[in-house]
Design a protein around this ligand. Sequence first.
Ligand code: SF4
Ligand code: SF4
Length: 339
Amino acid sequence: MKLEYIPQLGGYVPYRDNEMRTNVKNIFVAGDLAGIEEATTAMIEGKIAGLAVSRELTGVDVQSEIEKMQRELVEFRSGPFSEKVRNGLERFFTQKTMNYSTKMQENEGPIGKIRPIIECFENIPCNPCQTSCPTGAITVAENINSLPIIDYSKCIGCGICAMKCPGLAIFMIQENYLPERDLVAIPYEFLPIPEKGQKVVALDQEGHEVCEATVEKVTKSPNKTHLVYISVPEGLSKTVRAFRLPEQSESVVCRCEEISVDQIEKAIEEGYTDYEELRRYLRLGMGPCGGRTCRAIAVAILAKKTGRKIDQISLNTFRPPIMPVKFEAIVRGEMKHEK
Ligand code: SF4
Ligand code: SF4
């Protein structure tokens, strides 16, 4: 099989035509094997390959269905996040780009009515907000990479879109829910789930404490995203975007070494403005995960606090994650996973 090294597609990939047919008779490819992308394009490639195979086996004309799938592929790959893939695929065939809307919602909806606020800024191929809305109030335009827009006149305030958004980018708000209190509904995926009446600490988009809040209602969705409605002082419904339970004393960045945002910010204020220095001073990213979880967050905090761009901060040497192994396992040359 003819292969070529194309870094934009994740390494060595097989040559194929636009029906996913390789240069080896009867062999088709699809998905990550054909180039690392995302799930939707992998499934469309699989459909194209399947249709082409069925035509070869049965002789049934499926050309119009194949062309429809090929148009969908072009659309899914037309956003900014797929630029790398488009460049890689140009080695096989030219990938067209299509226009998509970058227009963000300006209208914040009727004051006093429970309604979603969509804070989705990235042009990614995504639309569960649109497909889950029972009243058709959300539109992502013809190109799925476009930003969603709400027609508030159709919205019934059910909150389904906020629970279905994989990016947790939708919040429900209502001004004057109680006298001098606004309501904010936050998509929540942690445990334990707070109960009605519980006091929590409301945070802003960047994790800073804003005020005390009270849990008014929880819409639970087993094994999925819950929606926690909290009341906050009047005027804060557009500021509060998260919360933590009071017993969670601070927002943790490095989970292995339990280092918080506050500790990192304090160290930067003390003069530890180099990422390597911060690591050594706090043991940040020195746990078993090797910084895989906290590195990006810590660097973002450092960049913001020092007024630099993220790509101006030099990183440490990347090491693979480790896991504890008993001496017994090494001596015996085998590993047993304890239950
Ligand atoms: S709150 Fe309900 S009705 Fe309103 S946009 Fe979201 S899903 Fe649609
Ligand atoms: S589901 Fe969420 S992330 Fe996806 S387009 Fe809608 S708002 Fe954006």
